[in-house]
Design a protein around this ligand. Sequence first.
Ligand code: ITT
Ligand code: NA
Length: 181
Amino acid sequence: MYFITSNEGKFREVREMASKYGIEIEWLKMEYIEPQGSSLEEIARLSAEMLAEKVEGEFVIEDSGLFVEALKGFPGPYSSYVFKTIGNEGILKLMEGVENRKAYFMAVVAYFDGKEVRTFTGKVEGEISREMRGTQGFGYDPIFLYGNKTFAEMATEEKNQVSHRRKAFEEFFRWLKENKI
Ligand code: ITT
Ligand code: NA
């Protein structure tokens, strides 16, 4: 099955998870314009419906984001754009002197089976660190604390045990096993 994403970090994590279910995932590297939506769920669904017009057969996509409590959920649905512009330094700057460090990652998987779109969601709670730490992973991993380690200080396998992406894809793979294969 094709996983359509421009993000290699996402693809690598998902390929590793899928192999444990005996599912083979192929990377269709493609950057698509995201429709506007108020939630990740809505954006993922609209993106899949749009891609269904262009891509032959079944595929999966995933929309994810970081939600910081003290910033009222920012960057949330704007996570991709915010990462490319102000980046981790920018988030740390916004969080200077802020005591409430609570944040979560959310991922929404949208699967198109050739007929209709179905979505699956996962979430992981953590905190925004005071400084960047670690070199693994991608995106906001160096500033996302889970326990006393950032996601960037964890090997893929360790992050994959607890991540938002793992939870969303696990739900999806289980559903797929029960309903399709
Ligand atoms: P797509 O082509 O799949 O859309 P993208 O990188 O643009 O790739 P999103 O639109 O879903 O992905 O934006 C999510 C943003 O949040 C993006 O900047 C990611 O780097 C970041 N992000 C998502 N999951 C993450 C994770 O597990 N660790 C760190 N950052 C993450
Ligand atoms: Na995107």
